[in-house]
Design a protein around this ligand. Structure first.
Ligand SMILES: Nc1nc2c(ncn2[C@@H]2O[C@H](COP(=O)(O)OP(=O)(O)OP(=O)(O)O)[C@@H](O)[C@H]2O)c(=O)[nH]1
Length: 831
């Protein structure tokens, strides 16, 4: 079976519903779903107040408008809150940039003691120093490393190679989550540097209070005091030169191969992005590439970037490949980023490095887009990016991302390489690269922050089916519509959703302020978690109709009412069609009363509605340590189970989930709740398990695209990490559709493209009917995503080496996607 033809057949050809859906772009679908799933407030069967919540996908704009209109006071409070929250970092109010600088420059001290004899102490210390710079986002001047090797050490009862690494820094740098991550990374580094496995190493993180660390005759606390009293210069500009990050005097070289030429990357000390300036020299005479910091901020881009965060990347390229004269012109900025246009005789290429809004990725990840757009095609290229870590002078590739692009030449890859190395930072960084000429685009998301190498640029072309592709045309259309909406300033009317009769219902109950409305808003309306601080207390039952792969309702109950105690309520109306009762307990608060109420609710339900699933969300666990979290979960479980068995309900269907809106745990918990409502879930899982076995997938998830709830997965144990990366990919794809527009392709241009490639345009894209079909790779494990229908996407993490089997994988995925479509056709409730 030809994979190309199979991917062109389309989903569920027989169903008009799906055919209609297939015509819609992500944006249109999103808009439709927004309308359908928008919350409407209902008391009994009456609408009590109009919706005023932002539609998913555009929370910021509309919620801002709403707040500005209706709650000026709240708006003021909020900006005050954020001013306070973000202007003070790690200390009390009144912090300044200079105080921040002092903290940032406080020394991080690493002391290594090992029984191994290190031959090259200089390299070992330098590498560890660089590593610590990255880990703690420090200038190199603020890192101290000592090495005591050949020490007499008995570690764990043996004299085998071992080490102790002690890292001392300010307490703000040594937070539990940071330590957890750094422990892994530092030990990995030590393994590479010393050849000692992590099990034979001990890392000690030693927080040193500001008044217990001194340099230059002043403690950090003392220096901060002086600043507060205005003794020291306030601004970074006034600060002395050492503020500028300096890499060591000796140039650090890293060799990369470019089309057979040996090229060296020389890093020098200057302030650019994260305080670095990069020079690239092509020693083989192919040309000279230089990235430097322009002293003067020539475009608004710089200011915009400075405003948002320290993103001072300016790329100036003097590319001279194949004799083509190239000049560089900084152009207008994308929001919060840099945008450059390189011009050559043959091509006009636009390169943008853009910092995207943080909301695109949950947590504290940075998110950048490197966009390369050009208006002519120079043939097909296959690019292999290999991240490498400098070991001595040799790059050691350990991860590869492969993708194919058209219209990108090696000159531009240099810039991407440069961009990526510029982006190196201690935070996990997601770099999104959009390659391609103006009308078509290839999207690649790279989770890395390493140097870049590539080889075999002209290797055989890959079939278009395997392209990671995103159809920018539809994106453009979406962008256009959004702009139109903005200009028109008449938001579409929100209609109350369809009546809830017959839909499964999720009831959110619990004490006041336990977080019920926050959960519903974050999961189903994409409200950024921070904004839940400003949610008002729920006064009436709030009913949200969700039009998704399965229509269901979420009812948010006011915390203060006990429905079993109050005789006025019609219990059958509330609990009659219920799918699950979700009881939210605030784990950061005294939960005894909540547990007592939950106990009496369960007992009442068990007597009258014994089939109802009771899901207990032990919520707000983000503020708790792992041990404490487990203790609380155990305590609550025991209290409830004891009470139930005392009352004779040994086997009540009660499940416990630790949750927080500040991480993926809430989505994971909701996934498990929703899965219990899906008829014949076992068959779905069997389908995915068989797909995993056939295609050597490590894990496959079937996601509800909008809520990021996974509704099925294969039988391998699900872990949070794989769920997170898959759900992040979905998020990125969806949000990218909002960031980038698309363009309508004129007929003439279309013909030109088809002539150039000797192929119909439809055959040049990965998948005709799915809007986005993408294959990415993290390490050697590609990750693929395929839309199933309007609401669902299949995301799978593949095993190492399975990229070479893509035609087979595509074929199998096509079959499963069709199977899934049919499954939902068959199992959906008939009216
Ligand atoms: N730390 C933390 N705070 C949370 C979490 N979820 C919600 N909150 C906060 O808890 C507070 C109360 O949240 P709401 O969603 O209004 O609580 P509610 O249960 O709907 O309250 P009522 O409507 O009065 O019943 C808000 O300030 C939220 O920001 C969480 O996972 N972690």
């Amino acid at each position: 079976m030809d994979p190309a033809s199979s991917s062109n057949t389309g989903p569920a050809a027989g169903t008009s519903r799906n055919a209609a859906r297939a015509q819609l772009s992500f944006a249109e679908r999103k808009a439709n779903m927004t309308k359908a799933s928008s919350p409407h407030l209902v008391e009994g069967s009456q609408i009590t107040r109009p919706i005023d919540r932002a539609p998913p996908g555009d929370p910021a704009a509309s919620s801002r408008a709403r707040r500005a209109r209706s709650k000026p006071e709240l708006g003021r409070q909020r900006s005050l809150y954020f001013e306070n929250a973000f202007s003070t970092r790690g200390g009390g109010g009144g912090d300044t940039a200079a105080q921040d600088r002092v903290r940032r420059e406080a020394k991080v001290v690493a002391e290594v003691r090992t029984n191994v004899i290190v031959n090259d102490e200089f390299t070992m210390i330098t590498e560890l120093m660089y590593h610590l710079c990255m880990r703690y986002k420090r200038p190199i001047t603020s890192v101290v490393v000592t090495l005591q090797h050949g020490a007499c050490m008995c570690f764990g009862g043996t004299f085998e190679p071992a080490y102790i690494l002690s890292v001392s820094a300010l307490p703000a740098e040594l937070q539990p989550a940071t330590n957890r991550r750094n422990a892994v990374l530092l030990q990995k580094h030590m393994e590479e540097a010393l050849g000692v496995v992590p099990a034979r190493g001990l890392v000690r993180f030693i927080p040193t209070p500001e008044d217990c660390v001194a340099c230059d005759g002043k403690t950090v606390a003392g220096e901060l005091d002086e600043l507060a009293r205005g003794v020291l210069p306030e601004t970074a500009e006034e600060a002395p030169e050492e503020n500028v990050v300096s890499t060591p005097k000796s140039k650090k070289r890293m060799s990369v191969k470019l089309q057979g030429s040996q090229v060296s990357v020389i890093k020098r000390a200057h302030t650019a992005f994260h305080g670095r300036r990069v020079f690239l020299y092509d020693e083989a005479g192919v040309g000279q590439h230089r990235a430097s910091r322009h002293g003067a901020a020539r475009s608004d881009a710089r200011e915009a970037a400075e405003e948002t965060e320290e993103l001072h990347v300016e790329l100036v390229c003097e590319v001279n490949a194949q004799g083509a004269e190239t000049t560089t012109t900084p152009t207008a900025a994308l929001e919060g980023g840099m945008n450059f246009c390189t011009k050559s005789k043959r091509t006009h290429t636009h390169i943008a490095l853009t910092k995207l809004p943080p909301r695109l990725l949950p947590g504290h990840r940075q998110f950048y887009a490197i966009t390369i757009v050009r208006d002519s095609t120079v043939g097909r290229l296959r690019m292999t990016f290999a991240s490498s870590r400098s070991q001595g002078c040799k790059p050691r590739p350990h991860a590869t991302w492969r993708f194919q692009s058209r219209g990108v030449c090696s000159d531009h890859l240099w810039l991407v390489a440069q961009g990526l190395s510029e982006l190196e930072s201690s935070e996990p960084t997601v770099v999104l690269i959009v390659f391609g000429h103006f009308w078509e685009s290839v999207v690649c998301i790279v989770t890395s922050k390493c140097y870049v190498n590539w080889s075999n640029l002209d290797e055989c072309a890959i079939r278009p089916e395997r392209l990671a592709s995103l159809n920018l045309e539809r994106l453009y259309e979406q962008n256009r519509q959004r702009l139109q909406k903005k200009d028109g300033a008449i938001p579409p009317e929100l209609h109350p959703g369809p009546p809830g009769k017959g839909k499964p219902r999720l009831l959110l109950m619990g004490q006041r302020r336990s977080g019920k409305s926050s959960i519903s808003s974050v999961v189903f309306h994409k409200l950024p978690p921070n904004e839940t601080l400003f949610l008002e207390s729920t006064a009436r039952i709030q009913k949200d109709s969700m039009a998704s792969f399965m229509d269901f309702q979420v009812w948010d109950f006011p915390g203060q009412i006990d429905y079993f105690e109050t005789p006025n309520f019609d219990m059958d109306a509330i609990f009659g069609e219920i799918g699950a009762l979700i009881w939210v307990i605030d784990a950061q608060d005294d939960y005894l009363e909540a547990v007592a109420r939950l106990n009496s609710t369960i007992i009442n339900l068990q007597r009258n509605y014994p089939n109802i699933n009771i899901e207990v969300f032990i919520h707000k666990v983000d503020g708790l340590s792992d041990d404490y979290k487990l203790d609380i979960q155990r305590d609550i479980t025991i209290r409830i189970q004891d009470e139930l068995s005392d009352q004779g309900f040994e086997n009540a269907p009660v499940t416990f989930h630790p949750t927080s809106i500040y991480n993926h745990s809430i989505f994971e918990a909701f996934s498990k709740v929703i899965q219990k409502l899906i008829p014949r879930l076992g068959q779905l899982e069997a389908m995915l398990t068989s797909l995993c076995r056939t295609c050597r997938f490590e894990k496959a998830y079937l996601f509800d695209v909008l809520s990021k709830i996974y509704i099925a997965t294969d039988s391998a144990p699900a872990d949070m990490a794989s769920y997170e990366i898959c759900s992040d990919y979905i998020d990125v794809i969806i949000d990218v559709t909002e960031v980038y527009g698309s363009w309508s392709r004129p007929e003439g241009y279309r013909e030109k493209l088809e002539e150039g490639q000797h192929q119909k345009l439809e055959d040049q894209v990965a998948c005709n009917w799915a809007e986005s079909s993408i294959v990415l790779a993290d390490g050697n494990k590609p990750i693929m995503m395929r839309e199933v229908d309007t609401y669902l996407a299949l995301v799978a993490i593949m095993k190492e080496g399975s990229y070479d089997k893509m035609p087979l994988v595509n074929m199998n995925v096509d079959v499963v996607v069709k199977g899934l479509t049919e499954f939902f056709e068959i199992t959906k409730p008939r009216s």
